[in-house]
Design a protein. Structure first.
Length: 380
């Protein structure tokens, strides 16, 4: 039994592929002048690469995006050398570059366990500093997901992704009429008359069950994460992987692709998506396209065509549905314009978001400065 009430059209636009964080090392502890005691150093702030985390989860978990390490302990009669303050670890995904606010590279996280220090704690007070501690470093850092291309082609084998990339760009991917000809992402560049370039990654064939690591499974899906937008590609006349697997219409293919992405990582579906309906040169293509459009318009009604467990939680709403033929070139220039339009729309929205975020930070900063400082927190 399917519950349609939980099905709604998905809004896109809240994909998080970069984050700006406030980080502060802990202050050092006070020295002990009479006995020459040395305060503990403040803790440091680290970014640490971890499995199963995304930038979006960091953002949701820490909406203030502030990471402050612990203060160093004061030197005392019982402990002349104060304890170091506690380090703060920001758990982040692999495949991230960490930069300063003005774009200088601090480091990269390329494997689980990689660590980058982003703010150093202040030194504890000692003889050399007249027993006065120093403050920890304070700054903004940016975490950026390393992208492989602006767009990623998402489609079942044989949909015509490689052919499409060739027609769209100057790439010459391997093309053959059997599944899994694409073994690693091939990047093509779309050139525009004003020299604008957009990169598109052809990703290895996705199949049903990829989220469970069937076929090229995760190898494929992990690349999808590293593109800004998705270009779904379906064969207008449907698709059958092998004689013993069921035939899937273009509509079913769209929903199954959506479900595979959802099961792997739901967040992927927050990326803006365009749908390319390929092979429009085939007989009956126009009728099939009309049917597909009607189904996409009212997906709930047609979802019973799918196995129950393959109905997406919510249906993707595509920014554009573009019929093309990679073979004849029909619709290709229209597709190129749509792609550019969609990326520019997103870049504008992002710039606006960043601007607002900075304004808000400025406002709360001036608010902080106008309230009188309270007593210093007691060192732990
Ligand atoms: N009639 C027609 N055939 C096409 C079109 N585009 C691709 N094909 C054919 O469809 C088959 C599959 O094309 P590919 O480009 O290799 O498909 P793919 O999606 O890259 O497939 P995988 O790499 O296996 O995932 C080839 O035989 C192409 O010649 C088209 O627009 N019209
Ligand atoms: Mg291919």
């Amino acid at each position: 039994m399917v519950h349609f009430s939980r099905i709604c059209l998905r809004k896109y636009g809240n994909l998080v592929d970069n984050l700006r964080l406030y980080v502060r090392g802990g202050s050092g502890g006070m020295g002990f002048p009479r006995l020459g005691g040395q305060g503990g150093d403040g803790g440091d702030v680290w970014v640490v690469a971890t499995k199963d985390i995304t930038l979006k989860r960091i953002k949701n978990k820490y909406p203030e995006k502030r990471f402050v390490a612990g203060v160093g302990a004061n030197s005392s009669i019982r402990a002349l050398k104060g304890m170091k303050g506690e380090d703060k670890e920001i758990l982040a995904p692999v495949g991230i570059t960490v930069t300063t606010d003005d774009g200088k590279l601090i480091g990269e996280l390329n494997a689980v366990g990689d660590r980058i220090k982003v703010a150093t704690g202040g030194s504890g007070g000692s003889f050399h500093s007249a027993f006065q501690p120093s403050k920890g470093q304070t700054k903004h850092v940016r975490l950026d997901l390393k992208l492989i291309a602006d767009l990623g082609l998402v489609g079942f084998p044989n949909a015509g992704k490689s052919s499409l990339l060739t027609t769209l760009s100057n790439a010459t991917p391997q093309i053959a009429s059997y599944a899994f000809t694409t073994l690693r992402p091939e990047i093509g560049k779309l050139m525009y008359e004003d020299y604008k370039q957009i990169s598109v990654a052809d990703l290895p064939g996705l199949i049903e069950g990829a989220h469970m690591n069937k076929g090229m499974g995760h190898k494929f899906l992990k690349h999808v994460e590293r593109t800004k937008q998705l270009l779904f590609v379906v064969d207008v006349s449907g698709f059958q992987l092998a004689s013993k697997t069921p035939f899937r219409s273009a509509f079913e293919a769209v929903q199954l692709l959506t479900k595979e992405l959802e099961l792997y990582r739901e967040e992927l579906l927050t990326k803006p998506a365009l749908l390319v309906v390929n092979k429009m040169d085939l007989p009956d293509a126009e009728d099939r396209l009309a049917e597909l459009k009607e189904q996409l318009h009212n997906p709930e009604e047609f979802s019973e065509l799918l196995p129950d467990d393959m109905i997406p939680k919510s249906f993707l709403s595509f920014r554009h549905v573009v019929p093309v033929s990679a073979l004849t070139g029909f619709g290709i220039s229209d597709l190129k314009s749509r792609i550019r339009e969609s990326l520019e729309q997103e870049a504008l929205a992002e710039a606006k978001g960043n601007h607002e975020e900075k304004l808000q930070a400025l406002r709360s900063h001036s608010l902080e400065r106008s309230t009188p400082p309270g007593p210093n927190p007691a060192p732990q």
